[in-house]
Ligand binder design. Sequence first.
Ligand SMILES: Nc1ncnc2c1ncn2[C@@H]1O[C@H](COP(=O)(O)OP(=O)(O)OP(=O)(O)O)[C@@H](O)[C@H]1O
Ligand SMILES: [Mg+2]
Length: 238
Amino acid sequence: MPILTFANTKGGAGKTTMALVVAGELASRGHRVVVLDADPQQWVSRWMTRLPKSKTFSIIPDINADNIEATIKDLSKRSDYIILDLPGGLSPLLAKGLGLSSHVFVPVQGCALDAAGGAQVLEILKQLADTAGIRIPHSVALTRVNSIITTRALQAVRSLLARQNVHVLDTPLVERAAFRDMFDAGGMLADLNPATVSNLDRARDNARALSEEIIRLVPVKLARPKAAAPRKVTKKAA
Ligand SMILES: Nc1ncnc2c1ncn2[C@@H]1O[C@H](COP(=O)(O)OP(=O)(O)OP(=O)(O)O)[C@@H](O)[C@H]1O
Ligand SMILES: [Mg+2]
């Protein structure tokens, strides 16, 4: 069960929003998704109390450096994707969470590499690889991108990061009211009312494209095939 982590030490970089958009989309596709709320502010857990009950989506509050490993172990057989929403700032939890991840996504707003916050996460990942040989795949995920920003401008950011050997997701999360309203309304994108939220269909298309790219990058592990039933040994007629 892959662990998808959203990390940027800068507060307000867009971690929680992207984590929930992806979590909601994966759950709506039938994957069993658990969001680990590691932010002491517990915004996600409070938001959860207003969500309709779901068979495929749940949130575990109060995740910290002491309980994260055991929690993940406990969930491993009961979930298809674990989504880890880390708080801003540098902490032991950040290093531990990154080390346990299957893939780390670093949300970065627009084109200014959000700057130091994203770079700090990339630096910790590099240290994990250099000093402990733990190589965690990771990607920068552009977010709050202006919907009319030219493809050319985005391309420039991608090639800049590519020169530094940083993978960037093809699909940015666009700046949309729907992604803000999810929190205010206490629901997933699917629960929002298209009559009151502008461009909701575009936000949903965006969420779908981003999640599909993430699923391609980190496919859910297929259930282990059942052991083949022992063959019946039939005595050959003499
Ligand atoms: N794609 C988006 N479109 C519109 N608003 C967005 C988008 N992404 C994030 N926001 C808004 O930006 C603000 C910060 O986002 P968010 O809470 O996701 O950041 P964060 O990195 O989790 O912050 P923190 O470090 O405090 O946990 C929120 O008000 C959120 O609604
Ligand atoms: Mg957050």
